[in-house]
Design a protein. Structure first.
Length: 179
């Protein structure tokens, strides 16, 4: 059996209850496969904890590797007590994501990458993301469609960003060699 820890929110933004849960699961069901999903911002600092708690695989959401594109995806991040914006925020997040990917792969943890396809923002860039994460050892790169419904209240839902069509999603997946 597999147990995955994901959102809402990033599990590593509040690591204490996450690691307490992992300890409990490991003690009570040592044969479970333990998985975690993260945006990667706090990942490098938690890799050793994840390995020590027997995490089998980690999913990192990486939707760009270019800070100029990232500035259009991530309006801001909270980083070490500060709010970073624009390219500085995106460059910080991307660096943390890629460092976390490197550290996990070096420790033998399987890493899957999710990328959200945002038409007109990162659609032409996702093959570059695929090249980078595959070269770093990601075992799977999953291209997911943006869901931007106004009723969800998300940034893109409120700004009217359109969702990708089926053909558009298939074309980007094919360009990335994704299953």
């Amino acid at each position: 059996a597999v147990v995955g820890i994901a959102g809402p929110g990033d599990p590593l933004a509040n690591p204490e209850p996450v690691f307490a849960t992992l300890r409990m699961l490991r003690q009570q069901a040592p044969d479970l496969l333990l998985c975690l999903s993260t945006n990667g911002l706090a990942l490098p600092e938690q890799v050793e904890n994840l390995v020590a708690h027997g995490i089998h695989h980690v999913t990192i959401t990486i939707s760009c590797v270019d800070p100029d594109i990232g500035a259009r995806i991530y309006p801001w991040i909270a980083w070490r007590g500060r709010r970073l914006r624009g390219c500085e925020a995106a460059a910080t997040l991307i660096a943390q994501q890629l460092k976390g990917l490197d550290l996990l792969v070096a420790r033998g943890v399987q890493v899957k990458i999710n990328s959200v396809l945002i038409p007109g923002v990162n659609d032409a860039h996702l093959p570059e993301v695929n090249r980078v994460v595959r070269a770093k050892g990601a075992v799977l790169h999953n291209i997911m469609p943006l869901i931007a419904r106004p009723e969800h209240g998300t940034h893109y839902g409120l700004t009217g960003q359109r969702e990708p069509g089926t053909e558009e999603l298939a074309a980007v997946r094919a360009a990335c060699g994704s299953d």
